[in-house]
Design a protein around this ligand. Structure first.
Ligand SMILES: NC(=O)c1ccc[n+]([C@@H]2O[C@H](COP(=O)([O-])OP(=O)(O)OC[C@H]3O[C@@H](n4cnc5c(N)ncnc54)[C@H](O)[C@@H]3O)[C@@H](O)[C@H]2O)c1
Ligand SMILES: [Zn+2]
Length: 378
């Protein structure tokens, strides 16, 4: 049977009007509804007023739900308090939520929307570069659990995602670099000619050049939307060996994330942003790919040059490999029980990744330790 969702394209719009057209886009997607604006504190200060006034102009009377931002608040406790506030304010199945903030707020607000009364619509308004090219579209919601990042979550497609590049003017350089890592990932997956055109414009993107931002955010969203449309629930690589090899589907978007997620929550090291962790994860995946004969050495150099130019971290944090290996093997991408394997997304060439099953035992091996500690044979 054909999955209806897969024939239904992901809806998003990339604008540059400081969210003045937000109300119009929301209305097109939701019609008239009781809406709640779930907003990160920072995003509220920066973009709350414009968003509220645009929503009011479109006929909405939004209820405001301000939340603390940051990975440590992306928890069930925050969701529970949001559920309570929503129910107290009369939110029901005829209502909808609009999430305004970085990826953390988008993930959390859409998780709350997907579970409130078995699911109410959500509109994503991502305000960081990272969330505009990644977290804000695709419909994965999530909260963290003591055992790992994003371990609890749902698939809940936003009615529309509205990315306004003007809100990026206030983003710190570090957060721009974090978003750049996900852009590099998308460009890698998108392949040529986008890859070469994109890397030529990286500096323009950092300087918030409007034309370059509009072009590149749209392109990266298109790349993600295409993958999500063919494999919305990440089932292509599930269960059977069918997904191993040529048809990774949505799992391809996890390029850099296996090591990345482990480093992001690793205690005792300098806190990494999501993008910094993903950049290190892509460097590591390329080195492992070379070790296992999946890619040529030239690919490592090509990828590392781009990550260096983007001023993303070069060195793996000084922490015992066994701790990293342990964190990796609790990752939700582990298959086949505790002694099973991880499906690692390894780069083969620009535009092509391969899913390679790597056993928990191999991950704990000296070979992997050597790649982490010395960069492997390279
Ligand atoms: N659901 C998905 O498919 C998906 C994909 C990628 C990442 N994620 C999740 O997204 C999160 C990371 O997202 P993020 O990088 O946006 O981090 P974030 O949400 O923590 O935001 C980073 C910081 O930027 C600030 N901020 C937000 N908008 C701003 C603006 N316009 N100007 C200035 N500061 C602003 C916030 O206050 C915060 O301090 C992680 O939790 C990750 O797991 C989800
Ligand atoms: Zn990511």
């Amino acid at each position: 049977m054909q999955d209806l969702a897969s024939t239904n394209p992901v809806k998003f719009v990339v604008t540059a009007d400081g969210l003045r057209s937000l109300g119009r886009h929301v209305h097109r997607a939701l019609g008239s509804r009781h809406v709640g604006l779930v907003v990160g504190r920072r995003a509220y200060k920066l973009a709350g007023k414009h968003s509220l006034s645009s929503l009011r102009k479109a006929g909405y009377d939004p209820v405001l739900f301000e939340l603390a931002e940051g990975e440590r608040y992306k928890t069930l406790t925050t969701v529970e308090s949001l559920w309570s506030r929503l129910l107290k304010s009369g939110f029901d199945r005829s209502s909808a939520l609009i999430a305004l903030g970085g990826g953390g707020i988008c993930d959390l607000a859409s998780f709350a929307a997907s579970t409130l009364q078995r699911g109410i619509p959500v509109v994503q308004v991502p305000t960081t570069l990272l969330s505009q090219v990644d977290a804000g579209l695709g419909g994965k919601t999530g909260i963290n659990h003591g055992a790992g990042k994003n371990l609890i979550g749902t698939f809940w497609r936003p009615s529309i995602s509205v990315m306004d590049i003007k809100v990026l003017d206030t983003l710190s350089d570090r957060q721009m670099r974090s978003g750049m890592a996900e852009m590099i990932k998308a460009a890698f997956l998108g392949g040529e000619p986008f890859w070469s055109r994109f890397i030529k414009r990286m500096e323009l993107i950092y300087s918030r050049d409007e034309k370059s931002l509009l072009w590149s955010v749209k392109k990266c969203c298109n790349i993600k939307a295409r993958v999500v449309t063919i494999d919305e629930r990440e089932t292509l690589a599930l269960g059977t060996e069918r997904g191993i090899g040529d048809e990774p589907g949505r799992v391809a978007l996890n390029f850099g994330h296996t090591l990345g997620h482990a480093l992001e929550l690793m205690p005792g090291i300098r806190r990494l942003t999501h993008g910094e962790a993903v950049a290190l994860g892509m460097r590591f995946a390329a080195r492992i790919a070379w070790e296992l004969g999946v890619c040529e050495i030239g690919l490592i150099k090509q990828l590392e040059e781009v990550l260096d130019r983007a001023k993303l971290p070069k060195h793996f944090p000084k922490v015992d490999w066994l701790d990293v290996a342990r964190a990796i093997t609790v990752d939700k991408k582990r298959r086949g029980g505790p002694k099973g394997y991880i499906l690692w997304v390894l780069p083969e060439r620009i535009g092509k990744v391969k899913l390679v099953p790597i056993s928990v035992q191999d991950i704990h091996s000296r070979r992997f330790r050597a790649v982490y500690e010395n960069g492997g044979k390279n």
